[in-house]
Design a protein around this ligand. Structure first.
Ligand SMILES: [Zn+2]
Length: 320
Protein backbone atom coordinates (compact mmCIF):
# COMPACT_ATOMS: atom_id res chain seq x y z
CA UNK A 1 0.00 0.00 0.00
CA UNK A 2 1.45 3.37 -1.00
CA UNK A 3 1.55 6.21 1.55
CA UNK A 4 0.68 9.79 0.47
CA UNK A 5 4.36 10.68 -0.03
CA UNK A 6 5.08 7.46 -1.98
CA UNK A 7 1.94 8.04 -4.06
CA UNK A 8 2.92 11.61 -5.00
CA UNK A 9 6.46 10.40 -5.75
CA UNK A 10 5.06 7.77 -8.12
CA UNK A 11 2.80 10.35 -9.83
CA UNK A 12 5.66 12.87 -10.13
CA UNK A 13 8.14 10.42 -11.67
CA UNK A 14 5.48 8.71 -13.79
CA UNK A 15 4.67 12.12 -15.29
CA UNK A 16 8.40 12.86 -15.83
CA UNK A 17 9.00 9.54 -17.63
CA UNK A 18 5.81 10.06 -19.68
CA UNK A 19 6.99 13.55 -20.70
CA UNK A 20 10.41 12.26 -21.78
CA UNK A 21 8.96 9.36 -23.79
CA UNK A 22 6.38 11.68 -25.42
CA UNK A 23 9.12 14.14 -26.41
CA UNK A 24 11.18 11.28 -27.89
CA UNK A 25 8.22 9.97 -29.92
CA UNK A 26 7.26 13.49 -31.01
CA UNK A 27 10.85 13.96 -32.25
CA UNK A 28 10.71 10.68 -34.18
CA UNK A 29 7.37 11.68 -35.75
CA UNK A 30 8.81 15.08 -36.74
CA UNK A 31 11.79 13.37 -38.34
CA UNK A 32 9.45 11.10 -40.35
CA UNK A 33 7.49 14.12 -41.58
CA UNK A 34 10.80 15.75 -42.52
CA UNK A 35 10.17 18.93 -40.54
CA UNK A 36 8.96 22.29 -41.73
CA UNK A 37 10.99 24.23 -44.26
CA UNK A 38 12.61 27.49 -43.32
CA UNK A 39 13.01 30.69 -45.24
CA UNK A 40 15.02 29.90 -48.36
CA UNK A 41 18.38 31.63 -48.53
CA UNK A 42 20.31 29.26 -50.76
CA UNK A 43 19.55 26.58 -53.31
CA UNK A 44 18.32 23.15 -52.31
CA UNK A 45 15.51 24.00 -49.92
CA UNK A 46 17.53 24.87 -46.74
CA UNK A 47 18.01 28.50 -45.83
CA UNK A 48 18.95 30.59 -42.81
CA UNK A 49 16.57 30.49 -39.89
CA UNK A 50 16.13 33.33 -37.45
CA UNK A 51 14.29 31.65 -34.58
CA UNK A 52 12.56 33.94 -32.12
CA UNK A 53 14.49 34.57 -28.89
CA UNK A 54 14.08 31.67 -26.52
CA UNK A 55 13.98 28.99 -29.24
CA UNK A 56 17.73 28.54 -28.89
CA UNK A 57 19.95 29.39 -25.92
CA UNK A 58 20.26 33.14 -25.57
CA UNK A 59 21.72 35.15 -22.66
CA UNK A 60 18.39 36.21 -21.16
CA UNK A 61 17.00 32.69 -21.19
CA UNK A 62 20.15 31.36 -19.51
CA UNK A 63 20.02 34.12 -16.87
CA UNK A 64 16.33 33.37 -16.15
CA UNK A 65 17.17 29.67 -15.69
CA UNK A 66 20.11 30.55 -13.43
CA UNK A 67 17.89 32.73 -11.21
CA UNK A 68 15.32 29.96 -10.95
CA UNK A 69 18.05 27.54 -9.90
CA UNK A 70 19.40 30.04 -7.32
CA UNK A 71 15.89 30.22 -5.82
CA UNK A 72 15.86 26.43 -5.69
CA UNK A 73 19.31 26.46 -4.01
CA UNK A 74 18.04 28.84 -1.31
CA UNK A 75 15.06 26.52 -0.78
CA UNK A 76 17.44 23.54 -0.45
CA UNK A 77 19.62 25.48 2.02
CA UNK A 78 16.55 26.29 4.16
CA UNK A 79 15.80 22.54 4.33
CA UNK A 80 19.08 22.15 6.27
CA UNK A 81 17.30 23.56 9.32
CA UNK A 82 14.06 21.66 8.67
CA UNK A 83 14.93 17.97 8.66
CA UNK A 84 17.54 17.60 5.90
CA UNK A 85 20.93 18.42 7.54
CA UNK A 86 22.91 16.51 4.87
CA UNK A 87 20.89 16.38 1.63
CA UNK A 88 19.77 20.02 1.99
CA UNK A 89 23.24 21.65 1.93
CA UNK A 90 24.58 19.14 -0.65
CA UNK A 91 21.67 19.97 -2.98
CA UNK A 92 22.17 23.71 -2.35
CA UNK A 93 25.85 23.44 -3.36
CA UNK A 94 25.04 21.42 -6.51
CA UNK A 95 22.31 23.87 -7.54
CA UNK A 96 24.51 26.92 -6.88
CA UNK A 97 27.25 25.43 -9.03
CA UNK A 98 24.80 24.89 -11.91
CA UNK A 99 23.45 28.43 -11.50
CA UNK A 100 26.99 29.87 -11.55
CA UNK A 101 27.85 27.86 -14.69
CA UNK A 102 24.68 29.12 -16.41
CA UNK A 103 25.42 32.74 -15.46
CA UNK A 104 28.94 32.43 -16.88
CA UNK A 105 27.51 30.81 -20.03
CA UNK A 106 25.06 33.73 -20.35
CA UNK A 107 28.03 36.13 -20.36
CA UNK A 108 29.59 34.49 -23.43
CA UNK A 109 26.44 33.46 -25.33
CA UNK A 110 25.53 35.83 -28.13
CA UNK A 111 22.21 34.60 -29.52
CA UNK A 112 21.06 34.32 -33.13
CA UNK A 113 22.04 36.91 -35.77
CA UNK A 114 21.20 37.72 -39.37
CA UNK A 115 24.12 38.57 -41.63
CA UNK A 116 23.53 38.62 -45.37
CA UNK A 117 27.24 38.69 -46.23
CA UNK A 118 28.06 35.58 -44.18
CA UNK A 119 24.80 33.91 -45.32
CA UNK A 120 25.74 34.38 -48.99
CA UNK A 121 29.26 33.06 -48.43
CA UNK A 122 28.18 30.04 -46.35
CA UNK A 123 25.17 29.40 -48.61
CA UNK A 124 27.38 29.14 -51.72
CA UNK A 125 29.81 26.73 -50.00
CA UNK A 126 26.97 24.61 -48.59
CA UNK A 127 25.13 24.47 -51.95
CA UNK A 128 28.28 23.10 -53.60
CA UNK A 129 28.76 20.49 -50.82
CA UNK A 130 25.11 19.37 -51.08
CA UNK A 131 25.42 19.12 -54.88
CA UNK A 132 28.41 16.79 -54.39
CA UNK A 133 26.59 14.78 -51.71
CA UNK A 134 23.36 14.69 -53.75
CA UNK A 135 21.24 15.85 -50.82
CA UNK A 136 18.97 18.82 -50.07
CA UNK A 137 20.68 21.64 -48.18
CA UNK A 138 19.99 21.64 -44.44
CA UNK A 139 18.79 24.79 -42.71
CA UNK A 140 21.39 27.01 -41.08
CA UNK A 141 21.43 29.28 -38.04
CA UNK A 142 24.11 31.93 -37.39
CA UNK A 143 25.13 32.66 -33.82
CA UNK A 144 26.97 35.73 -32.67
CA UNK A 145 29.33 33.91 -30.30
CA UNK A 146 32.11 31.37 -30.44
CA UNK A 147 30.76 28.94 -27.82
CA UNK A 148 31.04 26.25 -30.50
CA UNK A 149 32.42 26.64 -34.02
CA UNK A 150 29.52 24.62 -35.42
CA UNK A 151 27.01 22.06 -34.24
CA UNK A 152 23.93 20.22 -35.45
CA UNK A 153 20.80 21.09 -33.50
CA UNK A 154 17.04 20.83 -33.85
CA UNK A 155 15.70 24.35 -34.37
CA UNK A 156 12.04 25.15 -35.06
CA UNK A 157 11.31 21.48 -35.66
CA UNK A 158 14.05 20.92 -38.21
CA UNK A 159 17.62 19.70 -38.11
CA UNK A 160 19.88 22.69 -38.66
CA UNK A 161 23.58 23.45 -38.68
CA UNK A 162 24.30 26.17 -36.12
CA UNK A 163 27.39 28.12 -37.11
CA UNK A 164 29.44 30.67 -35.15
CA UNK A 165 29.68 33.93 -37.10
CA UNK A 166 33.00 35.00 -35.44
CA UNK A 167 34.49 31.59 -36.23
CA UNK A 168 33.29 31.72 -39.86
CA UNK A 169 34.94 35.14 -40.17
CA UNK A 170 38.26 33.77 -38.84
CA UNK A 171 38.68 30.89 -41.32
CA UNK A 172 39.34 30.63 -45.05
CA UNK A 173 36.72 29.35 -47.51
CA UNK A 174 38.58 26.01 -47.72
CA UNK A 175 38.58 25.61 -43.92
CA UNK A 176 34.92 26.64 -43.70
CA UNK A 177 34.03 24.12 -46.43
CA UNK A 178 35.81 21.40 -44.44
CA UNK A 179 33.96 22.36 -41.25
CA UNK A 180 30.57 22.43 -43.04
CA UNK A 181 31.31 19.06 -44.71
CA UNK A 182 31.91 17.51 -41.26
CA UNK A 183 28.61 18.91 -39.95
CA UNK A 184 26.75 17.86 -43.12
CA UNK A 185 27.87 14.25 -42.52
CA UNK A 186 26.41 14.49 -38.99
CA UNK A 187 23.10 15.63 -40.56
CA UNK A 188 23.08 12.91 -43.27
CA UNK A 189 23.99 10.15 -40.76
CA UNK A 190 21.30 11.39 -38.34
CA UNK A 191 23.83 11.63 -35.50
CA UNK A 192 21.48 14.03 -33.71
CA UNK A 193 19.03 11.14 -33.12
CA UNK A 194 21.84 9.19 -31.42
CA UNK A 195 22.58 12.22 -29.22
CA UNK A 196 18.90 12.38 -28.35
CA UNK A 197 18.87 8.71 -27.34
CA UNK A 198 21.91 9.31 -25.11
CA UNK A 199 20.13 12.31 -23.57
CA UNK A 200 17.05 10.18 -22.89
CA UNK A 201 19.10 7.38 -21.30
CA UNK A 202 20.99 9.94 -19.17
CA UNK A 203 17.75 11.61 -18.10
CA UNK A 204 16.29 8.25 -17.06
CA UNK A 205 19.44 7.53 -15.02
CA UNK A 206 19.02 11.00 -13.46
CA UNK A 207 15.44 10.13 -12.69
CA UNK A 208 16.55 6.90 -10.97
CA UNK A 209 18.88 8.94 -8.72
CA UNK A 210 16.05 11.40 -8.01
CA UNK A 211 13.81 8.46 -7.00
CA UNK A 212 16.58 7.23 -4.68
CA UNK A 213 16.82 10.73 -3.17
CA UNK A 214 13.01 10.80 -2.88
CA UNK A 215 13.13 7.59 -0.86
CA UNK A 216 15.94 8.93 1.35
CA UNK A 217 14.46 12.36 2.22
CA UNK A 218 12.71 12.79 5.53
CA UNK A 219 10.59 15.80 4.56
CA UNK A 220 7.59 15.58 2.19
CA UNK A 221 8.26 15.03 -1.51
CA UNK A 222 6.91 18.48 -2.37
CA UNK A 223 9.22 20.17 0.17
CA UNK A 224 12.13 18.07 -1.12
CA UNK A 225 11.67 19.28 -4.75
CA UNK A 226 15.09 21.05 -4.90
CA UNK A 227 16.84 17.95 -3.49
CA UNK A 228 15.18 15.79 -6.17
CA UNK A 229 16.10 18.32 -8.86
CA UNK A 230 19.74 18.35 -7.72
CA UNK A 231 19.80 14.52 -7.71
CA UNK A 232 18.30 14.48 -11.23
CA UNK A 233 20.93 16.97 -12.47
CA UNK A 234 23.82 15.01 -10.93
CA UNK A 235 22.53 11.64 -12.22
CA UNK A 236 21.91 13.05 -15.71
CA UNK A 237 25.32 14.73 -15.92
CA UNK A 238 27.21 11.69 -14.59
CA UNK A 239 25.52 9.25 -16.97
CA UNK A 240 25.94 11.70 -19.86
CA UNK A 241 29.69 11.69 -19.17
CA UNK A 242 29.67 7.88 -18.97
CA UNK A 243 27.80 7.59 -22.29
CA UNK A 244 29.59 10.34 -24.20
CA UNK A 245 32.52 8.14 -25.44
CA UNK A 246 29.84 6.32 -27.51
CA UNK A 247 29.83 9.41 -29.73
CA UNK A 248 33.51 9.18 -30.65
CA UNK A 249 33.18 6.83 -33.61
CA UNK A 250 30.51 9.16 -35.06
CA UNK A 251 33.00 12.04 -34.86
CA UNK A 252 35.67 9.93 -36.57
CA UNK A 253 33.18 8.97 -39.30
CA UNK A 254 32.21 12.64 -39.79
CA UNK A 255 35.94 13.54 -40.03
CA UNK A 256 36.65 10.81 -42.59
CA UNK A 257 33.52 11.24 -44.74
CA UNK A 258 33.64 15.02 -44.38
CA UNK A 259 37.25 15.02 -45.63
CA UNK A 260 36.14 13.02 -48.70
CA UNK A 261 33.18 15.34 -49.30
CA UNK A 262 35.16 18.53 -48.73
CA UNK A 263 37.97 17.14 -50.87
CA UNK A 264 40.72 18.72 -48.75
CA UNK A 265 41.79 16.80 -45.59
CA UNK A 266 44.55 19.39 -45.02
CA UNK A 267 41.95 22.18 -44.77
CA UNK A 268 39.97 20.03 -42.30
CA UNK A 269 43.08 19.60 -40.16
CA UNK A 270 43.69 23.38 -40.17
CA UNK A 271 40.02 24.06 -39.36
CA UNK A 272 40.18 21.55 -36.48
CA UNK A 273 43.29 23.21 -35.06
CA UNK A 274 41.49 26.60 -35.17
CA UNK A 275 38.40 25.02 -33.57
CA UNK A 276 40.57 23.73 -30.77
CA UNK A 277 42.19 27.07 -30.00
CA UNK A 278 38.83 28.87 -30.19
CA UNK A 279 37.31 26.26 -27.85
CA UNK A 280 40.23 26.67 -25.38
CA UNK A 281 39.72 30.44 -25.28
CA UNK A 282 35.99 30.01 -24.83
CA UNK A 283 36.43 27.53 -21.97
CA UNK A 284 38.87 29.89 -20.27
CA UNK A 285 36.22 32.65 -20.49
CA UNK A 286 33.44 30.32 -19.41
CA UNK A 287 35.05 28.59 -16.45
CA UNK A 288 37.93 30.93 -15.65
CA UNK A 289 41.48 29.83 -15.04
CA UNK A 290 42.73 27.39 -12.39
CA UNK A 291 42.20 27.41 -9.43
CA UNK A 292 38.83 29.19 -10.01
CA UNK A 293 37.94 26.60 -12.61
CA UNK A 294 38.03 23.92 -9.89
CA UNK A 295 35.07 25.61 -8.19
CA UNK A 296 33.04 24.62 -11.23
CA UNK A 297 34.29 21.04 -11.29
CA UNK A 298 32.88 18.68 -12.61
CA UNK A 299 30.97 21.04 -14.94
CA UNK A 300 34.25 22.58 -16.12
CA UNK A 301 35.55 19.15 -17.09
CA UNK A 302 35.44 18.54 -20.83
CA UNK A 303 33.02 15.75 -21.82
CA UNK A 304 34.77 12.94 -23.70
CA UNK A 305 32.35 13.14 -26.67
CA UNK A 306 35.17 13.69 -29.18
CA UNK A 307 38.30 11.62 -29.83
CA UNK A 308 41.61 13.21 -28.70
CA UNK A 309 42.55 16.06 -31.04
CA UNK A 310 46.04 14.62 -31.76
CA UNK A 311 44.47 11.40 -33.03
CA UNK A 312 41.97 13.27 -35.25
CA UNK A 313 44.71 15.46 -36.72
CA UNK A 314 47.02 12.47 -37.32
CA UNK A 315 44.24 10.61 -39.20
CA UNK A 316 43.47 13.63 -41.36
CA UNK A 317 47.15 14.21 -42.09
CA UNK A 318 47.47 10.56 -43.13
CA UNK A 319 44.69 11.18 -45.68
CA UNK A 320 46.15 14.38 -47.15
ZN1 LIG B 1 31.36 16.62 -35.09
Amino acid sequence: MLGTADGSLAVFFGAAVGFMLASLFAGAARRRRGGRRGRSGHDGGGGFLTPSPGRVSDPRRLQARALLIVAYAVWAAVLTAYGEPVLGPVAALVLLEFALALLRAAAVTGGVVEDTGVADRVGALMTELCRRAGCPCPSMVLRDDAVRAAAVRRVQGQVAIVLSRPFAAAVTDEELTALLAHELVHVLRDDLAAARRRWLASSLAGLALAVAAGVAVRVSILAAAPVLTAAWLVGTMASNVALSPLNRWREERADAEGALLGGDPGARARALAKTQSSSREMRAQLYGRAPWRWLLFPLSWRMPTHPPMARRLARLEARS
